[in-house]
Design a protein around this ligand. Structure first.
Ligand SMILES: [Zn+2]
Length: 240
């Protein structure tokens, strides 16, 4: 799961950071002799809607609230989420040292070095530092530029899971649920709504596997396609 730095489910659609987003809200201000005072106004609400403007000051991307709604951004890239999670930890680490966060690789080096000191204390195995570094490297190599992790595998098949935004007016009871769309997100495939990303992913796997059987039928070699279909059916049946 992604952790966001704001309570409104907003994430920059460009850099995917969520800690420097400004939005143009309507506020009431009390007119005073020397100007205006927002805190003195009778109505202290900050109001905005899906068409209000938002700006990310990490990368200067601007757009509407709808475009900044994390739930409506398609093709979740698990590696982006991992990097943002690490950035959150890195910022807290730098600030715990009483320093100003600079988002630099030298800060990462310091954090890794300190983590290795921690490893030497909490891991009782043989050569814990070496095995921690080796395993971390294995994880990274398996995930980095892996299409299954970056959301590109679904897109290549022509189908992607798409999460409906938290716009109640448009989606009613289906807010936050999942549908299947074409890879560009433009066309809804079927009319089913799935309550979780996993359920939606299983349905996409079934679609892909079924299509592969149809495609391979003409070549007369169905064995591999049927094995994949079998796995997809098992996956869908075992879904929690
Ligand atoms: Zn941004």
């Amino acid at each position: 799961m992604t952790t966001l730095d704001n309570a409104y489910g907003m994430r920059c659609p460009n850099c995917r950071r969520s800690n420097e987003i400004d939005i143009a809200a309507t506020v009431w201000v009390r007119l005073c002799r020397d100007g205006t005072d927002a805190s003195a106004a009778e109505n202290g609400d900050h109001e905005w809607n899906n068409d209000s403007l938002a700006v990310c000051h990490s990368c200067d991307q601007s757009g509407t609230i709808r475009e900044f709604d994390a739930a409506s951004q398609p093709c979740t890239n698990a590696n982006d989420d991992r990097a943002e999670r690490a950035r959150t930890a890195l910022r807290q680490y730098v600030e715990a040292r009483g320093e100003v966060f600079e988002d630099s690789s030298s800060e990462i080096t310091d954090l890794i070095a300190d983590l290795l000191h921690l490893t030497a204390r909490i891991d009782q195995g043989d050569d814990p530092v070496e095995s921690t570094l080796r395993l971390a490297r294995l994880h990274f190599d398996a995930e980095h530029e892996n299409p299954e992790e970056t959301g590109r595998a679904d897109a290549a098949s022509g189908f992607i899971p798409w999460q409906l935004s938290s716009d109640h007016e448009t989606y009613g009871d289906n807010v936050g649920k999942w549908i299947i769309t074409s890879a560009d997100g433009e066309q809804e495939i079927g009319h089913a709504v799935y309550s979780t990303r996993e359920a939606c992913g299983n349905a996409i796997a079934l679609l892909k596997a079924g299509q592969a059987v149809i495609d391979d039928w003409e070549n007369g070699d169905l064995a591999a396609a049927v094995r994949d279909l079998d796995a997809a059916v098992k996956g869908a049946r075992s879904q929690r």
